[in-house]
Structure formats: C-alpha cells, structure tokens
Design a binder for this molecule. Sequence first.
Ligand code: DQA
Length: 266
Amino acid sequence: MSNPCDDCIPTEVTIGHASTPRGMLNIGGGAPTAVISSLMSASLESLTSEITDVAGAQPDLIEWRVDPLLASVQASEREGLLRTGLKLVTDQSPLPLLATIRTVAEGGLVDLSDGQYTDFLAILATFADAIDLEICHPGAIDIVEEIHEAGSIAVASHHDFTRTPLTVDIDRVFASMAKAGADVLKIAYMTHRPEDALRIMDAQLRASRTYALPVIGIGMGEFGAITRICGHTFASAATFASASSSSAPGQLSVEETRRGLVTLQR
Ligand SMILES: O=C1C[C@@](O)(C(=O)O)C[C@@H](O)[C@@H]1O
C-alpha cells in the first residue's frame, strides 16, 4: 500500500550524533514511527537501574523526565542535582536522549521560575540530544537558538491533562511552534470521548502537511489509545510507551505499541 501521506513534504530530523555511544535516530519523513519510553526516577540512586530497565524494553529513544528529580529537593539544590543527573544519564543511556522538564502548569511535577526553566533547559541542551520545550512557557521561544547552538534538537510541546482543545486552538499551537523555529512539533491532550482522538489525529495530519517538520500527536486516557499506534496512517513521527513505569495516562507498553504500529503499517 502506498504511504497515505504521499503529498506531504518529506522531512527527516536526526536526533543524536553517531560519535556518541547513544547513537542517533531519524524521525519523520519516511522513517517508521519511533517509540519513546521515559525515565521517571525521583532519585539519582534509582536512575541507573531505571535506565537498564527502560533500555531492556527496547524503545527507539529514551525520554528523561527531569521533573520528578527536581521536585524531590529544595529550589536551591536543583541545579546541582540537574548537572549530576545529566552526566549520569548521558553517560549511561545506550539510546538517544530527549530531556524534558514537565512543569506543573502542563501536568508535570515541578514548578520553576521562568528564568530557572529556560536556564535549566540550556544546561540540558549541552549534553542531551533533544530538549522538550513547553511552547507556552514564558521565554521558551527565546531559547530555541541556544538549543541549536548547543547541538541539540528543539521538540516544541503543548500538553493539557484535562481536555482536548478545539481544532482552531490546536492549529494555532502548531503554527506558533513552527514559527518559533522548533525542529519537532508535539501535542498531548486528555481525551474523554472518541471525537477528541479524531480531533488530535486530524490536526496532526494537517500540521504534517503544512509544515516541513515531524509532528507528534498523543491522546491521553482510554479514548486516546488509538493515537498511540496510528502514526503511520496519520503522520505521527513518534509515540510514547511505558517501560519501567508509565509517564502519562493511557500509555501502552513498548511491546503493545510496536505490535500496533507494525500491524497498521502495511
Ligand atoms: O509529551 C509526552 C507525552 C506523554 O504525555 C504521553 O501522553 O505519552 C508522556 C510524556 O512523558 C511526554 O513528555
């Protein structure tokens, strides 16, 4: 069967570098939908074993969710912990690494000042292969260039853990991400009915045809499960799956996700 997205502008983004032990991964364009699993450790002690567990599930890329670790200590201790954790994770991960600080405003665990959020992302960009950038966070747009100069990839993101926004609002979010110069555009919204999943897949397909960039669309919750396996049909460059622990409601395991992706990709 021909690719349903034949009329899209082909795009491929490389995450990581062949020169590191983590290697590199191409997403978007003709590449199969990549599977990403998250590290959710709240302590340095558990990070090492979690890396082994997550890598053992064989995703294509590892997301380090830094917010549980940062939330475990006082504000004054956070930068030191971030630097130590970054060294540990980049040294030990056998796969390319996406570093994410999910703030409370977007369903995560840590609340940072605006300056601290962007400062921490700039530190992460010096070693991590890709950086999640909450596009609505004040100052986020201003550090896209810094992320690029550090040799990393900017994955613009927008999350709503309560609902799926209206189509017009999702389209606007994608437009602001592309305008900011992001390399990958990602949305993740809570679904409560089948129509929510349809809206996400519709918007992600349109965005992939509008911008020459890889797009990731995720529906959280029960009705969103289909969005996690339909990447080939509806042009989602990557998806998230649980390995050692789940980082969002409705995630399938790496194995289930891969089986679904392979079944629908024919
Ligand atoms: O953006 C996402 C997607 C996600 O929220 C999900 O629903 O799988 C999981 C998060 O860890 C990740 O940063």
